[in-house]
Design a protein around this ligand. Structure first.
Ligand code: NCD
Length: 296
């Protein structure tokens, strides 16, 4: 793949192998990769854990609720501590935008961004791109193989790192990306190369892919969402809404899905749904990213 959206969060020149000089243990030992998660996660964390094991590493899982982060330890000190414990890489999920980049400044090993606030979620975009690449018949990856295809991302765009990373990556392959949300859930700042709308019919018209997003209530200030039933009425991706979109329209969702809100049961469980395929591809995407970061 041409794109390297992880590069901004991996410290320069820090791709190191297992059994590095950082390790305090005599070799051979089971090398470690830290999964440092300050926010809840099922798919991303699970996929990183599986990828670690498949690569022969032991995942050292640190969650904010059960670590010294609760006692006020800074991100910098937690990262320094993990490096002193001999980890070969760190996958970081954090509620603040820019945290992966910040962590890489204090880390002697590569830091992979597993989601930083509403900013970026590069491994999610890679797995989504890979899923589409499979669905479109594995075209030459060196070409702009999404050229002429319309992709609508619908939901809480304002708080979505998934939407931002997908916009960056999918447009590099030529996709026309539409971002659709109620006016209060569209971003304040302009997003390059995006078509923004609050009109769902305009967003869906001719779309070959519809990616729907969860309402991130935990990141919302009060007043951004007028009512859940109005949201469901105006923006839910359901069979009725997809009827005249595109004959082969595919539906994606990064998860977790909230059935009956942003997506109906019938669509989530339909043949058009790629949701579980995305989950499977999540393991491959993290495997590839870890291999690349570790310099294998
Ligand atoms: C997303 C995330 O955490 O950004 N999920 C994921 O990683 N698969 C989206 C969300 O939380 O709604």
């Amino acid at each position: 793949m041409r794109a390297t959206p992880l590069s901004h969060s991996v410290g320069e020149g820090q791709a190191v192998r297992a059994n590095t000089p950082h390790s305090p243990f005599p070799t051979p030992h089971s090398p470690l990769i830290a999964l440092l998660f300050y926010e809840p996660s099922t798919r991303t964390r699970g996929a990183f854990e599986q990828a670690c094991v498949l690569l022969g590493y032991h995942p050292l899982v640190i969650t904010a609720s059960a670590s010294s982060i609760q006692k006020g330890e800074s991100l910098a000190d937690t990262v320094r501590t993990l490096c002193a414990q001999g980890v070969s890489a760190i996958a970081l999920r954090h509620p603040q935008a820019g945290s992966a980049q910040l962590a890489s400044r204090f880390s002697s090993v590569p830091v992979l961004n597993a989601g930083d606030g509403a900013h970026e979620h590069p491994t999610q975009a890679l797995l989504d791109l890979y899923t589409l690449w499979e669905q479109f018949g594995k075209p030459d990856p060196e070409t702009r193989w999404l050229e002429g295809r319309k992709i609508a991302i619908v939901g809480d765009i304002r708080h979505s790192r998934v939407a931002r990373s997908n916009l960056t990556l999918l447009t590099q392959y030529g996709a026309q990306v539409w971002l659709c949300a109620p006016p209060t859930l569209l971003p304040d700042t302009p997003l390059p190369n995006a078509y923004l709308t609050h009109d769902i019919r305009q967003a869906l018209e001719g779309a070959e892919v519809v990616m729907t997003l969860r309402l991130q209530i935990e990141r919302m200030q009060q007043g951004l969402l007028t009512s859940l039933s109005a949201y469901r009425r105006d923006y839910q991706i359901n069979a009725e809404r997809l009827r005249n979109v595109h004959p082969n329209c595919m539906v994606m969702h990064p998860g977790p899905i909230q059935r009956g809100i942003e997506i109906s049961d019938e669509v989530a469980d339909s043949v058009a749904s790629l949701i579980l395929r995305q989950v499977q591809n999540g393991v491959y995407a993290r495997l590839a990213c870890l291999e690349w970061a570790l310099g294998h």
